[in-house]
Write a protein that binds this ligand. Structure first.
Ligand SMILES: [Zn+2]
Ligand SMILES: [Zn+2]
Length: 468
């Protein structure tokens, strides 16, 4: 018989925005004492690390109904019990694991022997809304990253311009990495591609799949950070974990919550991240994501998009828009992030753009006039959108291509089959999916069929694209 012990936990949690139509909800919370011990200002202490827990609660859980009806901005107290194995072993007793609530993040199945998960099961025992008090105020402040250093438009322009300086705009390519059910893309300089890999000018998103979809990664792994990233920076579309968790190497739960090992190469890059916008349309940054904000801040690399700025251009005409949901749209993280438009000069004499929307509904992206889009990444991994009429028209239907960043293993039914048909009906006939892999097991694709100039390496693990 295994020796087990039961630990009781008490967290202050909120709902994540993970898919509204799923038969589960995911909550993200911080351990009660950990929040109490936190400084009043999330960034003011150098050593405070929050003890955080993400929990997926299935429809079968007795708490699903109650928790799923909390308001998006509500915070609630959740009590749960952890069954812990006293003697470490790699074997997880599958009988014990049949609970209706499970811990949620990325890589716990990949943990080494030493890190082996000692948690056998989790059971939520109570949930009640918090309506007032210091804790609530603190959680709300933290989730907006208030009191952080204010950046100006010109600071962001310099980061963007510094990345492209010295590169030949006619020799850029836009890559969509095969990261399964997640999003991670890059603008690369194909002219200066070295035998060590591509020269990355910018990453847009940095995601790997969340736990149950994790097996959808290429089996030989993928590591875009092995490329030349000396000039690169990151734009984060929004704070959902499938868009940033590539910044961690391993993440595993133990009795003190999620323990994250950061990839130091990721923390060495400047990250421009969305937060609040006009008319209080902003991101709700949940406790697990505070961890990334803190790690970046401690490396001096957290740059928050300025609240009153709607659009920022670089010197060659690429630009980023702060998404703003319309009145009929859901205010959630997907629709309040940053969308990227890359000028696609490779197309002869073109003023064409490549649109990378993250997970935003197209209606929340106010596309300026005279911005013809000839390629795009499908929003939200090909999920259904509310208004199909908002699908941008392709500038050149014969050649325009749409790419879906999606894993063959996912719990969301992406890409939605009706949506791929809708895209086709709206002129996006040429469709590619990162789940369609080559013989070596990779589905990374790019928009321009041009290979890297003088490139001989073609290393799929680093994310060299397929010729499509
Ligand atoms: Zn999202
Ligand atoms: Zn996503």
């Amino acid at each position: 018989m295994k020796k087990t012990e039961i630990l009781e936990k008490n967290i202050i949690a909120t709902l994540t925005d993970i898919d509204e139509d799923c038969d589960f909800v995911v909550i993200d919370g911080i351990e009660h004492d950990s929040l109490n011990k936190a400084p009043n200002d999330i960034f003011s202490e150098e050593n405070w690390t929050p003890e955080t827990w993400m929990i997926k609660i299935s429809k079968k859980s007795p708490f699903h109904k109650k928790i799923s009806t909390f308001e998006r901005n509500a915070w609630f107290r959740v009590k749960f019990e952890l069954k812990i194995e006293i003697k470490k072993s790699n074997a997880i007793d599958s009988k014990d694991n049949l609970s209706h609530e499970v811990l949620f993040f990325t890589t716990q199945n990949d943990a080494t022997d030493e890190q082996a998960n000692e948690i056998l099961s989790i059971k939520v025992t109570n949930a009640s809304e918090i309506r007032r008090g210091k804790e609530l105020q603190k959680a709300r402040r933290f989730s907006k990253l208030v009191n952080y250093k204010k950046y100006k438009k010109s600071d962001i322009e310099s980061i963007m311009n510094n990345a492209i300086s010295g590169s030949n705009k006619n020799r850029n390519n836009y890559i969509i990495y095969d990261v399964g059910q997640a999003n991670w893309t890059a603008l690369i300089d194909t002219e200066n591609c070295t035998s060590n890999g591509s020269k990355v000018l910018m990453f847009y998103d940095f995601g790997k799949p969340t736990i149950f979809n994790y097996r959808g990664l290429p089996s030989n792994g993928i590591d875009p950070l092995q490329n030349d990233i000396s000039k690169a920076f990151v734009f984060l579309s929004h704070w959902d974990t499938d868009h940033w968790s590539g910044a961690s190497t391993t993440a595993i739960y133990n009795r003190r919550g999620l323990s994250i090992d950061w990839d130091l190469r990721a923390l060495s890059l400047k990250w421009i991240v969305p937060n609040q916008g006009r008319k209080s349309t902003g991101q709700k940054i949940t406790p697990t994501s505070w961890r990334l904000a803190l790690a970046l801040h401690r490396n001096n690399n957290l740059v928050i998009w300025p609240t009153r700025v709607d659009i920022i251009y670089n010197s060659v005409g690429d630009f980023v828009i702060k998404c703003q949901p319309t009145v009929t749209e859901l205010i959630n993280n997907n629709n309040t992030g940053l969308a990227f438009f890359s000028k696609n000069i490779l197309h002869a004499h073109s003023k064409y753009f490549i649109l990378s929307p993250g997970d935003a509904d197209y209606t929340s992206i106010s596309i300026p006039v005279n911005i013809p889009i000839n390629h795009m990444v499908a929003t939200h991994h090909g999920a259904m959108i509310k208004d199909v009429n908002s699908i941008p028209a392709p500038a050149d239907s014969q050649n325009s291509r749409i790419i879906f960043s999606v894993g063959s293993i996912n719990q969301y039914g992406h890409p939605n089959q009706i949506m791929t048909q809708n895209y086709s009906n709206y002129g996006w006939y040429k469709q590619a999916f990162t789940l369609n892999r080559n013989i070596r097991g990779y589905g990374t694709v790019s928009f321009n069929s041009t290979q890297c100039y003088g490139c001989v390496h073609h290393d799929f693990k680093k994310g060299c694209p397929l010729l499509v």
